[in-house]
Design a protein around this ligand. Sequence first.
Ligand SMILES: C[S@@+](CC[C@H](N)C(=O)[O-])C[C@H]1O[C@@H](n2cnc3c(N)ncnc32)[C@H](O)[C@@H]1O
Length: 284
Amino acid sequence: MSGTATFDEAGYRAEMRADWDAAGAEIVEYVDDLESGLGLVSRRLIELAGLRPGQTVLDLGTGYGEPALGAARAVGPSGRVIGVDLSPVMIEVARRRAAGLGNVEFEAADFGAVARADGSVDAVLSRFALMLATDRTRLFEGCARMLVPGGVLAAAVWGPPTANLFVTGLVALTRELGLPSPPPDRPGAFALSSSELIVEELRAAGFAEVDVEELVVPFRFADAARYAGLTQVVMPRGLHRLAVQRLGSEDALRELFERAAAAHLDPDGSLPLPSLAYCVRAHT
Ligand SMILES: C[S@@+](CC[C@H](N)C(=O)[O-])C[C@H]1O[C@@H](n2cnc3c(N)ncnc32)[C@H](O)[C@@H]1O
């Protein structure tokens, strides 16, 4: 996938980096909320990769260090984990969370440009990042090349938005502002929301066998306000600016997210937002 001729890859990457730098500055406050759902995905990816002590692992788009930190525990002191993320702010958060672990390091870089020696990595992990790549062909071919023969790519991507209640607030905002859906060939949260496409792209990149399974991420927030606060932190900055301008204030945006979430509240006021993920296991 390389997008259409008019797609500005460099501009997209700069925006992506700025978005996640902005999120990284505030996300620490929400890591526990997120991991109460996403922890399940990390555990499954580590299982699918079959990590063993002594192995070398790459985590692409590691964000605040997931699933790199779990992988570091799985490969033990004789193993090595390298987490890569475009956002230097996220990488700083990941480094702080890794304090005390001697076998994990983090690099601020574009995962499309990561170059390790051919056949030098036992497993590539990635949790909710591969669909953001500007050139998945290049990325997947690079992963296949860096892996040892029989090495494993274990990655999670989002299923379709209709099966993803985590984006309830953003769906409501898009409707409220009358914004069009993004073109289907552009990178984004739902660019790999088809198991057929995942299999096709990874097979074409040289992976011998590709399996995709569904996993429901059991997000649950203490209340709608907590969810609205997190959505304000992780939403793209351009959309945030537009929303505040059109709705009139940050408070109005928060209220819109809370109203959208209200339909899903449990009687105790907590907010379950189950969201479908695809977990992929591909080996060379
Ligand atoms: C949805 S977050 C997931 C972070 C983490 N893996 C997790 O599950 O919590 C996506 C991450 O991918 C990173 N990312 C996006 N495009 C990237 C690229 N081209 N190279 C490296 N990282 C990238 C972003 O900076 C962001 O931290």
